[in-house]
Write a protein that binds this ligand. Structure first.
Ligand code: B4P
Length: 191
């Protein structure tokens, strides 16, 4: 089973993807995690993406699609969870082609619906918790970058809702509920 978790920043995509990895032995493909890893690795690509991510803007389709392409060639286990990918229509088209190339297809797209004011609270809270635990907050987990991330979501990513609805693969869950309740709702969609 291959699924997409779609939603604004802080909707809980990464949280729920982690739970699906545990419960269904699926493989989480988080482009956010891959890009953060690239940032810290000091590679050329890392240097290119660092400023873009910290501002809250989207990294180029070319880079992100390249990262996903590499991962699809490996072990598939219980299927792929695309977490934070696709984020543009071009990425969605590319994903369909990449999956077809490895003999796979998409089974479900789950939209996680959360109000903007709750998103801001969650992200600010995550930043505070990271610092309280003695670490550092994500460079893009601040109100200024979050405004840009939300704008990017509504402008570039939210058109995917109509795109997947038209293909008949979209289901929505209430992302405002508790983490356990959201997990149960996703479980109901996946069966
Ligand atoms: P991501 O890493 O995808 O970050 P995100 O959207 O903030 O994360 P998510 O929705 O997974 O939130 P989480 O579960 O952590 O992207 C970061 C950046 O990378 C982007 O801005 C962009 O620059 C770049 N990028 C990534 N993918 C790209 C692509 N495809 N194309 C171009 N650029 C790309 O949850 C957040 C917080 O809420 C956590 O603290 C969690 O504990 C809490 N929470 C979760 N669920 C909850 C619930 N039900 N109730 C209460 N709290 C909850």
């Amino acid at each position: 089973m291959n699924i997409i978790l779609l939603g604004p920043p802080g909707a809980g995509k990464g949280t729920q993807a982690g739970r699906l990895v545990e419960s269904r032995e699926m493989i989480q493909l988080s482009t956010g995690d891959m890009l953060r890893e690239a940032k810290t690795s000091g590679t050329e690509m890392g240097k290119i993406v660092a400023d873009v991510m910290d501002r809250g803007e989207l990294v180029t389709d070319e880079i992100v699609i390249g990262l996903i392409r590499e991962k699809l060639e490996g072990d598939k286990k219980g299927g792929f969870i695309f977490d934070g990918f696709p984020r543009t229509l071009a990425q969605a088209d590319a994903l369909a082609e990449l999956l077809a190339d490895v003999g796979e297809s998409l089974d479900a797209v789950i939209e996680m619906k959360v109000d903007d004011d709750v998103l801001v609270g969650r992200i600010v809270n995550r930043a505070k918790e990271a610092v309280a635990a003695g670490g550092t907050a994500r460079a893009d987990d601040n109100e200024e970058s979050l405004k840009v991330r939300l704008m990017a979501y509504y402008k570039q990513t939210s058109p995917l809702i109509g795109y997947y609805h038209a293909k008949g693969s979209l289901s929505a869950v209430d992302g405002l509920a508790s983490m356990d309740e959201v997990e149960a709702s996703i479980g109901n969609v996946l069966g």
